[in-house]
Design a protein around this ligand. Structure first.
Ligand code: SAM
Length: 287
């Protein structure tokens, strides 16, 4: 079989199995096995070796059995950077890029901002910010060992030197970690209501439950942030579910004079930001 034929067979198998994005996913998997770029695959009459065919077949079978394509590829792009991902860590999502964009714009002129990324997972938020704002110091907190290992790997992979990684539990509060007062707190915490977790898409269920389950109403982490962490941060940007923005905005309004809901590329409200801490002269003109 030629590479071109192999790709066609892979695409047909994934599409037949009901995988919506099967065309692209079959191509990504073949690219990862052969090291060839898209155009070369589409045109190639080169014969596929038995070894390559076997590895490709295994990946297709795992994908059909429900493994996320990102885990099979071993890396995924976020904000233009490539992050290592795999079992035990949440796959970075495009809507999360809103948090990085906000940080970049809010702190562009700050000479030395201090930023906290809580529930850091792969580090996609905090490490991207650290790359984009080299004068910043970013502290990333993650509880789970498997995710923390990816966080360490990604800091090496991106060559980030202005980030401090801490393995710990957000519910222990900031005093437990001796963290400094922050100019900005960013977080994409677990926010799915516990009873909704079992009904999630099968690929999402391959991601760690600890990255998804936000307690009975999905808001446990936001309440802890509002109680213990936000009083020590001059601004905050929190991702949440599209039905949770009012609740999260109400928590942010306890601490910030300016609260705004931001929408993702699909127009869904996904991020709530707070600036101008209560009790301080408003200095922030970012909306
Ligand atoms: C929704 S994921 C977000 C990961 C990453 N920030 C992103 O946006 O892709 C939430 C992360 O919080 C971590 N986590 C869960 N409970 C935690 C806790 N009590 N303290 C700190 N991190 C926690 C999970 O392991 C997971 O990596």
């Amino acid at each position: 079989m030629t590479l071109r034929q192999c790709l066609r067979v892979g695409q047909a198998r994934l599409l037949d199995a009901g995988i919506e994005n099967g065309d692209a996913e079959a191509r990504w998997l073949l690219e990862s096995v052969t090291g060839r770029a898209q155009t070369a695959l589409l045109l190639s009459e080169e014969q596929v070796s038995d070894a390559v065919a076997k590895v490709y077949e295994t990946l297709l079978a795992r994908r059909i059995a429900g493994e996320p394509v990102q885990y099979l590829l071993g890396s995924w792009e976020f904000y233009g950077f490539s992050f290592a991902v795999g079992e035990g860590v949440l796959i970075p999502r495009p809507e999360t890029e809103l948090l990085v964009e906000f940080a970049e714009r809010l702190l562009a002129a700050h000479p030395a901002p201090v930023i906290l990324d809580l529930c850091a997972g792969s580090g996609c938020i905090g490490l991207s910010i650290a790359k984009l704002l080299p004068r910043a110091r970013v502290w990333l907190l993650e509880k789970e060992q498997a995710a923390f290992a990816y966080l360490e790997e990604n800091r090496r992979r991106l060559g980030v030197e202005n980030a401090v990684l801490i393995q710990g539990d957000l519910f222990d509060g900031p005093a437990a970690f001796g963290l400094p007062h922050a100019d900005l707190l960013v977080s994409n915490p677990p926010y799915i209501a516990s009873e909704e977790v079992p009904g999630l898409q099968r690929e999402v269920l391959r991601e760690p439950a600890s990255a998804l389950d936000g307690g009975a109403d999905g808001l446990d982490f936001y309440r802890a942030l509002a109680k213990d962490w936000l009083p020590r941060c001059d601004a905050a940007a929190l991702e949440c579910g599209e039905t949770q923005t009012d609740a999260v905005a109400a928590l942010l309004a306890i601490h910030y004079q300016s609260v705004a809901v931001r929408r993702d590329l699909n127009g869904l409200p996904r991020v709530v930001t707070g600036t101008d801490p209560v009790g301080k002269e408003p200095i922030c003109c970012y909306n």
